[in-house]
Design a protein. Sequence first.
Length: 250
Amino acid sequence: MTIKIAITGKSGSGKTSITKALANILQENFPEKSILLFDNDLTGELGHSYGLDIRNTIYGIRSGKHEYKTGIPEGMSKHEYVEWAMEDIIVPLNDNVDIIVSWFVGAKDCRCPITSQINDACQKLIERYDFVIFDCEFDLKYLNQLVDTNIDLTLIVTNPQPESVKLTKRIAEFSYKYAAGGQMGVVINKVANQNMDEIYSSLKDADLDILGSILYDNSINSDKTDWNSNIIKDAVKQFYFRLNLPQENS
């Protein structure tokens, strides 16, 4: 059964770095399991963080602008074509980890057949992996416009400023109905030497579960070439036990 994780939050909150850290931890804990990194953020930073400039996207399939690696097989139905095209744009990162980029998504109320065909193809693709981590645009609504799938764990990444906390509350409100009863909680990123009492109190008053906090990593600010951070990875390991994820290999 596929375990689906969504990383949400405003741009610049640190979603991509946390996505990479969590992927690395899962790979270390479960080296035989397959992982799909699903970049649903319009910036496409997740691919860039691996040194990749991924131009072939799900939007390219939808718009007919995808550049295929091979010739298009003949005699396929529209559904078969979309599924084949989806396979064509997957980029392997290593033996067990792949990445796919969505970029723009169509409106949910669009009645053109390609919308449901892409939804079905995305769902089939997701179900092939043991873990899928979605690096989301803002909240779960944008992801839901692409694929209607249940999410087991939603992490809302916020920064320790009052305005970020207010935005976090909005993200939670927008995302609850798409989380389908899965675990949802907040990760406070980029914590420096400051009093956090007001931040914690505000999040708790909004009934938001604080799953963990991560210290500010200056190295990411100065060099964004790979977005790897031992500070973030170690922090995620510290609160991993709170997450609705497998805790040990079995």
